[in-house]
Design a protein around this ligand. Structure first.
Ligand SMILES: [Zn+2]
Length: 165
């Protein structure tokens, strides 16, 4: 059983053994995001669910790599505030719509509330007469390549999947 380690910004950082993951959690370096309850780890006095996804409590910087863009990452970067109206955001918006060549990039993605997302549809902010509250950019700069991620678990998908519209 392996555990996906997310950096504090939600981007995948590493894959480690569940034992290593438990140590990180017990040392309060990380928090469990998802766990496998079906096959717990037992000691004489304790039972732990095996962590399948954990998130580090503080951000680890490794220079020279690009932060992979992710849906969760965009929402987190923008504090779950809609980039247009400032309301509670649960979706992400392609500023330049994908149908018009907009890319899945940190610069072209912004957290967006459902209402703004529906109203905006396939238009640009300029066409709507809207202004972005902040200029979106890659959150921290450097990040990591993750070894062992290709043979993942189903409950990792949310953190690895490409961005949905
Ligand atoms: Zn909005």
């Amino acid at each position: 059983m392996r555990t996906l380690v997310l950096n504090a910004g939600y981007e995948p950082l590493a894959v480690v053994s569940f034992k290593r993951a438990l140590v990180l959690v017990m040392n309060q370096k990380a928090t469990v995001v998802a766990a496998d309850e079906t096959d717990p780890v037992r000691s004489e006095t304790m039972i732990w669910a095996r962590p399948s996804v954990i998130i580090l409590r503080s951000y680890v910087r490794i220079p020279g790599r690009q932060v992979p863009v992710s849906r969760r990452g965009v929402l987190r970067r923008d504090g779950q505030r809609c980039g247009y109206c400032g309301g509670h955001a649960t979706t992400i918006d392609h500023i330049l719509p994908r149908s018009r060549g907009g890319r899945d990039s940190w610069e072209n993605l912004v957290a967006c509330c459902l209402r703004c997302n529906n109203v905006k549809s396939d238009r640009t902010p300029a066409e709507m007469g809207w202004r972005l509250r902040v200029q979106p950019k890659a959150p921290y700069g450097p990040t990591w390549l993750v070894r062992g991620i290709e043979r993942g678990r189903p409950d990792w998908d949310e953190y690895l999947a490409p961005i949905a519209a």
